[in-house]
Design a protein around this ligand. Structure first.
Ligand code: XMP
Length: 515
């Protein structure tokens, strides 16, 4: 374990991910952690992250100098570098020479940390203060025009640091700098691999669940699919998966879960066919928020009924003890990183189960980032269509039909969407395009001409976007030939559609979905 101490910048998660990319397990701890709390985790190394403030600012987080006396290797980054210098008796000066962005940095003495790297590095800086004198016993390694000491190390004590941000992609050789610290100075071994993650988590799931029964709601998305596959591998037929087919899925999706997923994992799957129930409840509804509420409500009802049935079938004392949830590490970090909650009150993914259905949570993805979840999914042999699936909203196509949701309209949208997805895949753009909603403007008609006749059909909107986290997005620049193929195929193959348009709005101001 490598502990990344979070000094409050947005970079701590990125550092933790980069450490894991070096195949070394890492976790984030807040800077308010005491030396005792940190040492209790028995880390192989500690990394001090960047932070937003000057070390001189009032209330700026400091590093307890005792941290450096625990015989644990420490690497300081940016603010962490300065805090380290200060705690060890070096000098941090307010030079007034701020550096932001790409900065040429000269390596005068490579030492162990920078050995084998170019003599001049173009790295990402973001600082106001800078280290003016290294602590006693430290070798100065590099400098930039705004940072007279931009890197230092004390190999005997296994301490080192850099002023720049090696974790950001713009920093030349950034990953190599991190790896040199981890492998050469801290003596870490690269053994955090998908195979080991699977083995470790299977062992701990077994220990947690014992001989009890466990239930998992599958959404068709990658997180619940991987979580359930891990639990299945650990406890086999003690797991029952529940998949609610609300009729608002994309073409072939329910079949994919029923057939491919079960074939790949062997899970005991309970499919609840609830399309009629959902569509009846949605009849006549146009307002998007209203649609979401109805779909959410019906989902809870359906899942709850299925859960009660599983409880009845599998439990002697009237309760299934465990519920699998696909919580990821960023959610854990962002919600304060507390250790596993015992009873669920509100369950985000299944939409808030009632309190009289009390489960303990099994969260096998709690320590993983999204890319690691995908690697684990591949390791478990899940189909690529599931592992690399783009995000899809819980309310499904219900919020991609602008107007009332009916069976006929769903069928039209499913066909058009299947064509758009197939052509995106054929063009090899599935991973480049982050999400690709296809929207039916069901209450709009326009005039067209097809064959010899006039048509009066509906438009389909293509909404390809690029994004990292869905908070902001840009419209995806699909190549013209791909757009052309999609347009031709949809208008030829989906009778009710006579026009295809592309949404070229970023978010903000537009959201990704139309409703
Ligand atoms: P917007 O449209 O707000 O979408 O830009 C951001 C991301 O969230 C997804 N989304 C939803 N997911 N239930 C969900 O589970 C919802 O009601 C919902 N609405 C939007 C959307 O697909 C995008 O990835």
């Amino acid at each position: 374990l490598v502990v990344v101490i979070d000094f409050g910048a947005q970079y701590a998660q990125l550092i933790a991910r980069r450490v894991r990319e070096a195949k070394v397990y890492s976790e984030i701890m807040p800077h308010t952690s005491t030396v005792e709390q940190i040492v209790a985790r028995r880390p192989k190394a500690i990394i001090l992250s960047g932070g937003p403030q000057s070390v001189y600012a009032e209330g700026a987080p400091q590093v307890d100098p005792r941290l450096f006396e625990q015989q644990i290797p420490v690497f300081g980054i940016c603010y962490g570098f300065q805090a380290m210098a200060r705690a060890l008796g070096g000098d941090v000066a307010r030079t007034g020479l701020s550096e932001f962005g790409r900065t040429p940095t000269v390596v005068d003495n490579a030492g162990v940390l920078l050995a084998g790297l170019p003599a001049e590095l173009s790295v990402w800086m973001s600082h106001g203060d800078s280290v003016a004198a290294a602590p006693a016993g430290f070798a100065e390694l590099a400098r930039s025009s705004g940072a007279p000491i931009a890197a230092f190390e004390n190999v005997e004590r296994s301490l080192a640091g850099v002023q720049w941000h090696p974790e950001v992609q713009h920093s030349q050789a950034g990953q190599r700098v991190l790896e040199r610290f981890l492998y050469e100075i801290a003596g870490c071994t690269p053994d955090w691999t998908a195979k080991n993650i699977v083995e470790d988590s299977v062992a701990s799931i077994r220990e947690q669940i014992g001989d009890k029964h466990v239930i998992c709601g599958l959404s068709g998305g990658v997180d619940s699919a991987v979580a359930a596959a891990l639990v299945q591998k650990a406890v086999g037929d003690q797991l029952t998966c529940v998949f609610v087919d609300h009729g608002l899925l994309r073409k072939g999706e329910a079949e994919q879960v029923e057939r491919d997923y079960v074939a790949a994992t062997g899970v005991d799957l309970k499919v609840v066919e609830a399309a009629d129930q959902f569509l009846d409840a949605l009849a006549g509804v146009i307002d998007p928020e209203q649609k979401r509420k109805i779909i959410g409500r019906e989902f809870i009802r359906t899942f709850e009924a299925a859960a009660r049935q599983v409880v009845g079938e599998h439990s002697h004392d009237g309760e299934v003890e465990f519920l699998v949830q696909g919580t990821l590490y960023p959610d854990v970090v962002e919600s304060g990183g507390g250790e596993g909650a015992a009873n669920i009150k509100s369950h985000h993914n299944v939409g808030g189960l009632p309190e009289d259905l009390q489960f303990k949570l099994v969260e096998p993805l709690r320590t993983l980032f999204k890319d690691e979840v995908r690697a684990v999914g591949e390791q478990l042999g899940l189909p690529a269509e599931i592992v690399w699936r783009q995000p899809f909203p819980g309310p499904g196509l219900g919020i991609r039909i602008i107007g009332e949701v009916t069976r006929d309209r769903l069928a039209i949208l499913q066909e058009a969407d299947a064509i758009a997805r197939a052509e995106l895949s054929a063009a090899g753009l599935d991973r480049e395009i982050w999400q690709f909603p296809v929207v039916l403007l069901a209450d709009v008609r326009s005039v067209g001409v097809q064959g010899d006749g006039r048509t009066y059909g509906h438009p389909i909107v293509l909404r390809p976007v690029t994004s990292e986290d869905a908070m902001t997005a840009d419209w995806g620049r699909l190549p013209y030939d791909v757009l052309e193929k999609i347009s031709t195929r949809i208008t030829n193959e989906v009778r009710e559609v006579n026009r295809v348009v592309v949404d070229i709005t970023s978010k903000p101001p537009g959201t990704i979905e139309w409703e």
